[in-house]
Design a binder for this molecule. Sequence first.
Ligand SMILES: Cc1ncc(C[n+]2csc(CCOP(=O)(O)OP(=O)(O)O)c2C)c(N)n1
Ligand SMILES: [Mg+2]
Length: 338
Amino acid sequence: MTTSLPPQRLADLYRCMLLNRLLEERLVHLYRQGKVVGGLYRSLGQEATSVATAFALDEGDLLAPLIRNLGSVLARGIPPRDILTQYMARATAPSGGKDANLHFSVPEKGVYSPIAMLGTLVPVVAGMLLADRMQGKRTVGMTYLGDGGTSVGAFHEGLNFAAVQRLPLVLVVEFNGWAYSTPYEKQCAAATLADKALGYGIPGEVVDGNDALAVYEAARAAVNRARLGGGPTLLECKTYRMKGHAEHDAQAYVDPKELTAWRVRDPLARFESALESSGAMPAAERRRIHDEVESQLDADVAFAEASPFPDPALAFRGVYADESILERGRAGVFMGGL
Ligand SMILES: Cc1ncc(C[n+]2csc(CCOP(=O)(O)OP(=O)(O)O)c2C)c(N)n1
Ligand SMILES: [Mg+2]
């Protein structure tokens, strides 16, 4: 096992991947009990891609996940209770129960909400990075897109704009084989998604998305290049969607042999055996971390279940710009005013 991560960061990376996995298992139980409001979009088998890419960012950087990137927001320090209250639409959630799953923003932590229209985050994050650069900040931005998402127009326009402006963007493309029930071959003729980067004059790289340490090193190199003015990188992580599009999808269209073949490449099990065989983290230490994560989840599930639903009277508050925001705009606080 080779890594540039010091032992404490390595342990944090492991804890975060485990938290991603175990938190999702709790969410499955809550979903089956009818306590999750809306769908549950699993990232089983894709934890290394989400967690290890976000791990490569520094404090003050910007992350805009998609709904399958639970691990990315956990890696940025969003606590599991915020995720549980979001999925259960409780008043204590970051969105106050007005939106579900990962649709929330915590600007203090540089975490911004997914946008449901796939591809749209690419130009939006590019714009945010341009704004930061104009203000003299050296923010690096990371966002995600699935294999299906790279076939929409906004992806091309956004990436082209980011390339021309040499913006510090790391676009993580998650190749997980499926877009809903559509296999890759039915929606894209490119041999690899990383090839698309060539057309925009930026580096495109392919990495084994189930190898946490390889993902981290590739993402860290892209983040460093972006920060030093080298412009955007398209990082394609090859992984596999082990569940259906969401919990309601039994993935009947997937060949079970394919699932079996990918199961042996499970990113968490692979990371655990690398930690074991290299002596970097013995089994007893992993067990201790496991128990700690489970107790934290016990407390957070209890907190979410005890939390109230939002007061209906607040339904229309904060939906549109309120007066204080308009006042700040008129005073020219925002660039260009309103
Ligand atoms: C522009 C747009 N078209 C269609 C959809 C509906 N939609 C939501 S998720 C999804 C599949 C996305 O597949 P992929 O990009 O590969 O991501 P994955 O779900 O595999 O993580 C589709 C078609 C959408 N949200 N936005
Ligand atoms: Mg996909």
